[in-house]
Design a protein around this ligand. Structure first.
Ligand SMILES: *Cc1c(COP(=O)(O)O)cnc(C)c1O
Length: 381
């Protein structure tokens, strides 16, 4: 049998483009290297000639892209001697923080909005033995509390304001470029704090070897750690398109939103932490922001599950929901290569999935006739 080296995570893979040294002890759960799946049925279903790829980030170790950032953030926290990390979270950051802290043997404190996180995510934080602090408030209030308390306690913040988070997350853009052999024309993402859209832009920009005049703020964010000086790998960068949930769309309102509401709890954020950077990404990439209402988001989640066999969580489907609408309207023209990031796994939020499922649960007697009738009656479905 031919020998293939064991995949040991994105820091090892992109070591020369990340702020680590030969002595850095790497905290990894094998994150990254996620599938870039080409949609076969949805382009036909909407009758448009486009190549749509989904980057299935739900297949990271804790089920979301947050692992890409967390491997870097926790690796650097441990390197700096930190014994505890803290984050505010709509769920996935806390799941990732809890898991990587467990792996590193340090403590994770997570602040979550009381009753507003998907059950799977809460289970993860509890299972990995994080100290879970539910606050009677939303994510934005939790984020402010985390910033305040970190000034009074020996804890490292691992939200995306930690510059190492974006450094880890930029690797998703590298993987996409390597598999496509080019950058896509459009890259669509759900936007909450806008860290991920920023991180992808850093990644594409780094591969295009554009710095200084292009992503000045990003360079400030990464403390000059970006490795922009290498030769360009790609000649063009995608237009970055950020979709928000309509009830939680500060980028559409042009100002912070105080009481964000959406079924897509992972992007239920009214005060995005990467506000300035995300505007810059939009301008530099000549992309745009738009919003989708909850029904449109859930319809896209279901369409993807039914037509392609891919299960993502509601927030993730926002990227596809928006992309489909912009493809149908022609804003994204036919012939385009489009990548949609599916940020988290559908199993995170089974409640929402079951509530909106139309597949009949058929209960019959435990005998051959009853089961055969149930099958024959549903064959044409
Ligand atoms: C965190 C998260 C987002 C939003 O990412 P930002 O970097 O905050 O914009 C979207 N979807 C899921 C599933 C997430 O966990």
């Amino acid at each position: 049998m031919p020998f293939r080296p064991r995949y040991t995570g994105l820091i090892e893979r992109y070591r020369d483009r990340l702020p680590v040294s030969a002595d850095t002890k790497i905290i990894s759960l094998g994150e990254g290297n996620t599938p870039l799946l080409k949609l076969n049925n949805i382009p036909k279903h909407i009758g448009k000639n486009v190549e749509i790829y989904v980057k299935y980030e739900g297949l990271n170790p804790t089920g979301s892209f947050k692992d890409r950032g967390m491997t870097m953030a926790v690796t650097k926290a441990v390197e700096a001697g930190s014994k505890a990390i803290i984050c505010a979270s709509t769920g996935n950051t806390s799941a990732a923080a809890a898991a990587y802290a467990a792996r590193a043997g340090i403590t994770a404190f997570v602040l979550i909005p009381d009753g507003k996180i998907a059950l799977g995510k809460l289970a993860q934080a509890m299972m990995h033995d994080a100290v879970v602090i539910q606050i009677k408030g939303n994510f934005d209030e939790g984020m402010q509390l985390v910033k305040d308390v970190a000034e009074h306690a020996p804890v490292t913040i691992v939200n995306s304001i930690n510059p190492y988070r974006l450094q880890g997350q930029k690797t998703a853009a590298f993987e996409i470029v390597e598999e496509l052999g080019r950058a896509p024309d459009y890259h669509c993402l759900p936007v909450g704090n806008a860290g991920n859209i920023t991180a992808h832009w850093i990644g594409y920009s780094e591969y295009a070897s554009k710095c200084g005049d292009h992503v000045t703020d990003a360079c400030a964010l990464c403390h000059g750690e970006c490795k922009f000086t290498k030769d360009a790998v790609i000649s063009s960068r995608p237009k970055m398109v950020g979709y928000q949930a309509a009830g939680s769309a500060p980028f559409m309102r042009g100002e912070m939103v105080d009481n964000p509401e959406t079924v897509a709890t992972a992007i239920r954020i009214g005060h995005p932490q990467s506000w300035d950077m995300a505007w810059k990404v939009k301008e530099e990439s000549e992309g745009w922001f738009d919003e989708c209402d909850d029904d449109t988001i859930l319809a896209a989640q279901k369409l993807l599950a039914e037509k392609e066999g891919i299960f993502c969580e509601p927030a993730s489907a926002t990227s596809l929901a928006g992309a489909i609408r912009d493809i149908q309207s022609g804003k994204i023209p036919e012939g385009s290569v489009v990548v949609c990031t599916l940020t988290g796994h559908g199993l995170k939020d089974p409640d929402i999935a079951i509530k909106q499922s139309s597949s009949p649960l058929i209960t019959v007697d435990a005998n051959l006739d009853a089961v055969r009738d149930a099958i024959l009656g549903n064959l044409a479905k």
